[in-house]
Design a binder for this molecule. Structure first.
Ligand code: XMP
Length: 305
């Protein structure tokens, strides 16, 4: 286990030495790795670091507010309100890979612009040890958004947590008093809510998925799933008041897993499922039906796209 205080001291000194008098930029994702990397770099070079958080409009409920609060002590924090640009770029795209690609491209465009206006010569990244092992072994690309370092011609890349494991990063986060960021949260995919709505990611579907995911996270918390969420999977008939409606079908998924490679659908109590159903349909008139996904991985994947 990492010796936290000396680690922080050494990391800060190393960043100072590497970046010198230059300016740097980091993409904050809301996750613990980039948060710790940003906090260390900010200690080292202060407002010469521009932490950039891009609100894609595809984030979980309350996520942007949480970032704003956690990093409010950094005067140079940039929150990019890019919701409309992301959702516009997704218009008409129904293919899952096409959606991922559009989001990745838009992210690079947004980040590139911020890096240029900050005159950043250095890129700070929250790469951790398992990321390096995986990408060296070519198991998967560890960045949700590939191509970031290539898009802007940086003088150097600084990775202050490159030798740490996840639990060590979390220990450092607690020492740095990073608040909610230090809590163990469920994995959340890089393309966000866009892959929790089947087909075109419209504003309406994304809004339904956001509220439904929030309900599922709250209601399943006591059962400690590895990952739990909701997805908008289609439309079906329902009755609201005296009217037949053609509303959204929301699928609820709660799984147990060790590493996401395989997973088991969780046996949730009927009362929990009914409370989820009642809250999701009650909070949104356009949801006609809530179903529970009982499929393990394999044969299903955890996410729907
Ligand atoms: P699947 O759906 O492949 O997911 O069974 C396994 C784990 O990976 C997450 N996931 C992603 N994470 N970018 C990410 O950062 C992605 O595009 C992506 N797709 C799936 C998923 O949430 C689960 O934890």
């Amino acid at each position: 286990m990492v010796d936290v205080e000396p680690f922080i001291e050494d990391a800060v000194a190393e960043i100072e030495a590497e970046i010198g008098d230059a300016d740097a930029v980091i993409a904050l994702s809301g996750g613990v790795d980039s948060s710790v990397a940003a906090a260390l770099a900010y200690r080292a070079i202060g407002d010469r670091l521009t932490p950039v958080y891009v609100d894609t409009g595809l984030m979980r409920k309350g996520e942007t507010e949480q970032i704003r609060e956690t990093f409010s002590y950094m005067d140079s924090l940039r929150i990019v309100e890019a919701q409309d640009r992301f959702l516009d770029s997704l218009a008409g795209i129904t293919d899952p890979e096409g959606k991922r690609h559009a989001i990745g491209e838009q992210f690079i465009r947004e980040f590139e612009q911020e890096a240029r206006s900050a005159n950043a010569e250095y890129l700070v990244q929250g790469t951790i040890y398992p990321d390096r092992i995986e990408s060296e072994g070519n198991i998967k690309s560890h960045h949700n958004v590939g191509g970031l370092p290539e898009a802007v011609d940086f003088e150097g890349i600084v990775e202050p947590v490159r030798d740490l494991y996840k639990d060590e990063v979390r220990t450092v986060a607690r020492e740095l008093e990073l608040g909610a960021v230090t809590e163990e949260r469920m994995p959340f995919p890089g393309p966000g809510l866009a892959i929790r709505v089947l087909g075109e990611a419209t504003r309406e579907k994304v809004a339904v998925a956001r509220e439904a995911c929030h309900v599922v996270e709250e209601e399943t918390e006591a059962h400690d799933p590895w990952q739990a969420f909701a997805a908008v999977v289609g439309k079906a008939t329902g009755v609201k008041g005296d009217n037949r409606v053609h509303g959204w079908v929301v699928s609820v998924r709660s799984v147990e897993s060790r590493d996401g490679m395989t997973a088991r659908a969780q046996e949730l109590p009927w009362e929990t499922l009914q409370r989820i159903q009642s809250r999701i349909t009650g909070e949104n008139d356009n949801v006609a039906r809530v179903v529970y996904d009982v499929t393990h991985k394999p044969p299903a994947t955890i996410e729907y796209e």
